[in-house]
Design a protein around this ligand. Structure first.
Ligand code: SF4
Length: 335
């Protein structure tokens, strides 16, 4: 059964999709252990990736179908030579524009962010310890990223920090991360370690929402205030009474939040992914280059979206390598 024309981008479960995450590149200037294979990934010829105008053209098609928020991701979106041009093109659309970055190049884009009305910035910060951060990212950019976070705070950007929590890596920093929100207007999100192609996922290395909350309640007990979450929110948010910032947990592994999902992804090579964990993609770039309509391709992809995690409903399914390794690696999705 095909969907009705000109209706909001709905799937068979009645979820309306108005939030598009666009991966601008599969390249990155970090090598995070939970994302990119140590040896990196095989880089493909540029011709296979969306050009500046094609990013804007495809985004425009999604906006016609009701998308009102676009987040730029990567790899690392800011390393693209035309990242500024793309932001200047997209901010002409009637959308809220946001960026997810590893933070290294933020100082070079502060003016562009302001000129393009980009207020919401997500920065990955998996440790507050320099040596450990550099070990997780396999690069030495800790101080640069911390100083760039300072610049965003000074200019009052809406700043979210993301940390993938891994046992024996940074699970002992949960309280330090929360203390980082004491005098800073920051929203720190703790992400359950997720399986992607090539990231050697093993749930024994992961820390569940429940386990994280046990550590947090032990430390703060009654001072933990539950904040209201929107239906489309990915994170369960909290605040320590009297603290300036907040924190949240993203529990895709132990407590998926798919009922309210409003997210779609456009990969750097121009394919729509109707779910972060779906390996069922539709090529939009080739038909776009052939001057063909892509609106119905987008509708069809959304209509056939699975209810939960690309069809991996149970934990057993989700943790089965024969299923979760069919997906791309994280670097070529952009989270
Ligand atoms: S796993 Fe897929 S369906 Fe669930 S919230 Fe994430 S993108 Fe949406």
């Amino acid at each position: 059964m095909s969907p009705e024309p000109l209706t909001p981008l709905s799937d068979q479960f009645g979820r309306i999709h108005d939030y598009l995450r666009i991966s601008l590149t599969e390249r990155c200037n970090l090598r995070c252990v939970y994302c990119m294979p140590a040896e990196g990934i095989v880089l493909r010829p540029k011709s296979q990736f969306m050009k500046t105008g094609e990013v804007i053209a495809l985004a425009t098609e999604f906006v016609k179908l009701g998308v009102t928020k676009i987040r730029l991701t990567g790899g690392e979106p800011l390393i693209r030579n035309d990242a500024k041009e793309i932001m200047e093109g997209l901010c002409k659309l009637p959308v809220q524009l946001a960026v997810s970055t590893n933070g290294i190049l933020i100082d070079k884009f502060l003016e562009t962010f302001k000129n393009c009305n980009i207020h919401s910035i997500n920065v990955s910060l998996d440790s507050l310890k320099e040596d450990r951060f550099n070990a997780v990212t396999r690069r030495n950019d800790f101080n640069k990223i911390i100083s760039n976070i300072g610049l965003l705070l000074k200019d009052e950007f809406h700043l979210k920090l993301n940390a993938v929590i891994m046992k024996g890596v940074n699970d002992d920093e949960l309280i330090d991360f929360i203390e980082f929100t004491k005098d800073r207007n920051i929203h720190y999100r703790f992400i359950e370690f997720m399986p992607f192609n090539g990231n050697k996922w093993d749930w024994n290395k992961g820390l569940s929402y429940k386990a994280m909350m046990e550590i947090i309640m032990l430390a703060y007990n009654k001072k933990v205030v539950k904040l209201k979450d929107k239906k489309t929110d990915t994170a369960k948010a909290f605040q320590i009474d009297g603290y300036k910032g907040t924190f949240a947990i993203i529990s895709s592994v132990t407590n998926p939040f798919c009922d309210g999902c409003n997210r779609l992804r456009l990969t750097a090579d121009g394919k729509i992914k109707n779910c972060l964990f779906s390996n069922n993609e539709t090529d939009l770039l080739t038909p776009l280059r052939e001057g063909k309509d892509v609106l119905n391709l987008i509708r069809e992809s959304v209509w056939h979206k699975k209810r939960v995690r690309g069809g991996m409903e149970t934990f057993e399914d989700f943790s089965a390598p024969e299923l979760n390794q069919l997906n791309r690696n994280m670097i070529s999705i952009g989270g």
